[in-house]
Design a protein around this ligand. Structure first.
Ligand code: NI
Length: 166
């Protein structure tokens, strides 16, 4: 079942998500629902649980028709720099060029409860950093300077208003 994706301004997007302690049937259903929700979007490649209003440390992604999920993820190492036009399903239509580390090592727990590590760079590395931010109540625009953030959000709010009036 697809959920409605929470958007900018929803307090759940600013909250710290809790660690998953038990990967049970309820969590497995939630993961299915997260994929259903991800696949309702045109351009999304990743979705974090807070984006559907669930304050748990889970995110799903699908970059090459390969559905993936991780629990309690963290970035344990990062290096390099990479600029990418970053966007978010919770701030639809806004893309901002952002500099972040390129290579990352992510550690977390898989659906069987095993600790796993995944190395990634470029798009996948960016996705991991972006989704882990969601689990800590951080949106990508929070990395911008206050001045730049205010400027892009003014534009975003205006465009969103025009969309809703159209
Ligand atoms: Ni996002």
């Amino acid at each position: 079942m697809a959920y409605t994706i929470r958007t900018f301004g929803d307090p759940v997007l600013k909250a710290q998500a809790a660690k998953v302690t038990d990967i049970d049937g309820k969590i497995a259903r939630l993961v299915d629902d997260m994929f259903d929700t991800l696949y309702t979007s045109d351009s999304g490649i990743g979705l974090a649980a807070p984006q559907i209003g669930v304050q748990k440390q889970i995110f799903v992604w699908d970059m090459d028709d390969e559905p993936m999920v991780i629990f309690n993820p963290e970035i344990v190492e990062s290096s390099g720099e990479w600029v990418y036009d970053e966007g978010c399903l919770s701030i639809p239509g806004l893309y901002v060029e952002m500099l972040r580390p390129n290579e990352v090592l992510m550690r977390g727990v898989d659906i069987d409860g095993n600790t796993i590590e995944i190395e990634a760079s470029e798009l996948a590395g960016r996705l991991f950093q972006h989704e882990i931010d969601h689990l800590n109540g951080v949106l990508f625009i929070d990395h911008l300077s206050r001045l730049k953030r205010e400027r892009v959000m003014k534009k975003y709010v205006k465009a969103a208003r025009q969309r809703s009036e159209a």
